[in-house]
Design a protein around this ligand. Sequence first.
Ligand code: UGA
Length: 451
Amino acid sequence: MKIAVAGTGYVGLVAGVSFAEMGHQVTCVDIDEKKVKKMKSGISPIYEEGLQELMQKNYSEGRVDYTTDYRSAYKDADAVFVGVGTPEQPDGSADLTYIAEVARQVAESVETDCLVVIKSTVPVGTNDKLEQFILDNLAHDVHIEVASNPEFLSQGTAVHDTFHGKRVVIGTESQWAEQRLLEIYEPFKLPMVSVNRRSAEMIKYAANDFLALKISYMNDIANLCEHVGADIQDVAEGMSYDDRIGSKFLNAGIGYGGSCFPKDTKALDYLAEQNGYELKTVKAAIDVNKNQKTSLYRKASERLVTFSGMKVAVLGLTFKPGTDDFREAPSLDNIPLLLSKGANIYAFDPVGAESFAKSYPEGPNDRGSITYVQDVRDALKDAEVCFIFTEWGEVKEIRPEEYLELMRTPIVFDGRNIYSLEEVDNTDVEYHSIGRRTIERSTKGRVSQQS
Ligand code: UGA
């Protein structure tokens, strides 16, 4: 099939290249000239395992191309997939400006029957409106319909998730649209869930918000564990054997981040409010997460007299490993707080440091300063306190005793529970984590460290 894809972010680009890999003829459209040039030369604009190789292979074999010329890409496409962003607005609602712009361009350009497939996450009912909008602006006499096809891939494993997805959800209002989508996805050999458009739109929010709730629930229980002397990792393990609960997304930590869970929880809460309904569970997830993101900072502030003039090691800036994305990452909540208290931050992130530095340039900032280091151990060298925000492999490789060797005072606040308490117990590191007991340093260790 001839497919055009609007938007070359995580959703659009991965979908486009995967369709090409499955034998479809694909043109990816983006408004950014520079980005298009880069993609044509075989460079992926995002860091995503396996994506660049797949781009190069399919480009050289002539199945995928990139352009800014939307007219030529859309005019004879059998389907236009839309994967542009739907960022959060200040009131929590989704900003549909980009998607509406693509809909207008499609309406102007399409010269043959075409299915417009919305992959972007949009509030329930948006696809009905988009279809009407396209019909109102249609330049040629063609059959056009809108379908919903929400995306379930995770950043960092996007390519793998696309080929090994648990299901593909399609939301259509006619057999024609359903058949076209079934045909496009046939080579993937994945379970297909075919529902109406509004249900498909809701599945996406309900799935993401359920996962966000699951994490917030575990974070809530973790906080209670700290009060009552239980251990969240043992609790999670005990829960995980029940396959009604499952073992995934039970990791307590410093809160969920990224471009999806924070945005989609707020958007569903907003949608409910607009419809006169209070979505109490999702509201609670949002609330717990907000509090969770600064929980370690509050613990550290209680423990330390000051951050002023202190060398503070920050390990990990992105919202999770395997991505250079730091949208809504806990680092974004904690770094300004630390800087405002005069901390001299030495930050390590194997992939995200360069883009993070665009928001927080190296040098003095507020009452403190920030320096980016290439080697995780350079962040730890002579540091007085360490925060772990992202569980990168490079961070997990640091053995607990290295904190003792490298840091001036080995005090670690671990937001990802990367060590077992047993392995830290054998060292003389002071270790604070989430939902587990704190490991204090022995007096003997403190004396030997100072001498
Ligand atoms: C999420 C969903 O998992 C995807 O299915 C969905 O397609 C995607 O949003 C989207 O809507 O586009 P993603 O945001 O890439 O994917 O990342 P996740 O792996 O789900 O992690 C989200 C956040 O939850 C991260 O900050 C992670 O550290 C945190 N998390 C995850 C926990 O704190 N504990 C866990 O047990 C799991």
